[in-house]
Design a protein around this ligand. Structure first.
Ligand SMILES: Nc1ncnc2c1ncn2[C@@H]1O[C@H](COP(=O)(O)OP(=O)(O)O)[C@@H](O)[C@H]1O
Ligand SMILES: C[C@@](O)(CCOP(=O)(O)O)CC(=O)O
Ligand SMILES: [Mg+2]
Length: 338
């Protein structure tokens, strides 16, 4: 039995635009998905994932290669729910060159699903790592990140960046632009997260932005403007002292860029009433900046505030189900049981 866990993330800047080659800076947070992989004698894959519910169904299925799980829910819903775990198993089989390897897989996670905190990337990274280790074929981090990206790319119909999967693999703050991925130094940023209890479908939201961008020049310009925000943000981060508490001035400058970034994401149609309400509640409470994180449509916002006002204000905001602080996860994927 092999157990690995990988962190979720927030985007300081750059989600969506990163899919079209602009840079992005996500940062890993201390909320993890844990995947247990146990090789089987046969070629079946049995997945136990208690957090996955489909309109009241909890998915727990036993199926042979290519079998549909035996649950009473429409196929597209089941595929959406199981897609990332299935894709991780396919990548592990291919990496270990064992197309018929069977597994018992268990997924446990502290990351809300579809909420912009990168649950899919964390599940895929931890899943591929656990499954390849269980087969005696551990991957180095570069290959693990690459295979996790390919799994997300496949599930999201060819529309994914390397940002979430690289960040979850490496931990810390990272910079991703096209195929270039690198860890970057970051100060100790005071992240506050507000969660509306809802979710958005990454594949659908990315497809929506793609259509806008193809149809309207202003949408393509908006995507490029998000890239400009990221480039400015990177310069600010490069001047900061790594792992130290950031100055107030730096927080204000980063916060202004986050505010701009949220406005541009809203212009691209990926915000939601609940996300806007939480963003404004955070700003009114004195946060230095606030924006949605991840694909949007519902889920989480991230704000910068070292003081208690923002989490308190968010917890009283209508539409905010949970408000919490998130620590930077300096360690990426890790082995819990070899
Ligand atoms: N705990 C989990 N167990 C099984 N699958 C999960 C789990 N968490 C996330 N996933 C997979 O990831 C999908 C959500 O990913 P996505 O829409 O990209 O949102 P995000 O990555 O922002 O959380 C879920 O529909 C499911 O397929
Ligand atoms: C919208 C996007 O930039 C980030 C999606 O993040 P999440 O799955 O919502 O956590 C898509 C991508 O980079 O693949
Ligand atoms: Mg995702």
């Amino acid at each position: 039995m092999t157990v690995c866990e990988a962190p979720g993330k927030v985007y300081l800047f750059g989600e969506h635009a990163v899919v079209y080659g602009e840079p992005a800076v996500p940062a890993a947070i201390e909320r993890r998905a844990r995947v247990t992989a146990e090789p089987r004698e046969d070629d079946h894959v049995r997945v136990t994932a208690e957090d996955l519910s489909l309109d009241g169904f909890t998915v727990e299925y036993t199926g042979g290669t290519g079998d549909r799980p035996d649950i009473d829910a429409p196929a597209p819903l089941v595929e959406a729910a199981m897609g990332y775990v299935d894709a991780a198993v396919r990548q592990a089989r291919s990496a270990a060159d064992t197309p018929d390897a069977g597994f018992d897989i268990t997924v446990e996670s502290e990351i809300p699903l579809g909420a912009g905190l990168g649950s899919s990337a964390a599940v895929v990274v931890a899943g591929i790592d656990a499954a390849t280790r269980a087969l005696g074929e551990p991957l180095d981090r570069a290959e693990l990140a690459d295979r996790a990206y390919r799994a997300e790319f496949e599930v999201q119909d060819g529309q994914a960046s390397r940002a979430d999967t690289f960040c979850s693999t490496m931990g810390g703050a990272v910079r991703v632009e096209g195929d270039d991925c690198e860890p970057i130094d970051a100060p100790n940023l005071p992240f506050v997260i507000g969660f509306d209890g809802g979710a958005g479908d990454t594949g659908e939201l990315v497809a929506g932005v793609r259509e806008l961008r193809e149809e309207y020049r202003f949408a393509a310009d908006t995507v490029r403007a998000i890239g400009d925000i990221v480039r400015d943000g990177e310069e600010l981060l490069a001047e900061a002292v790594p792992e130290a508490d950031p100055s107030r001035e730096l927080l204000e400058e980063l916060g202004d860029l986050m505010d701009f970034n949220h406005g541009l994401l809203a212009a691209l149609g990926v915000s939601a009433r609940s996300l806007d309400a939480m963003v404004w509640a955070a700003r009114d409470a004195g946060a230095h900046g606030a924006k949605l994180t991840g694909a949007g449509g519902g889920g989480c916002i991230v704000a910068l505030d070292p003081d208690a006002e923002t989490p308190t204000a968010l917890s009283y905001t209508q539409g905010c189900e949970e408000a919490f602080r998130a620590e930077l996860a300096t360690e990426g994927v890790r082995v819990v049981e070899p």
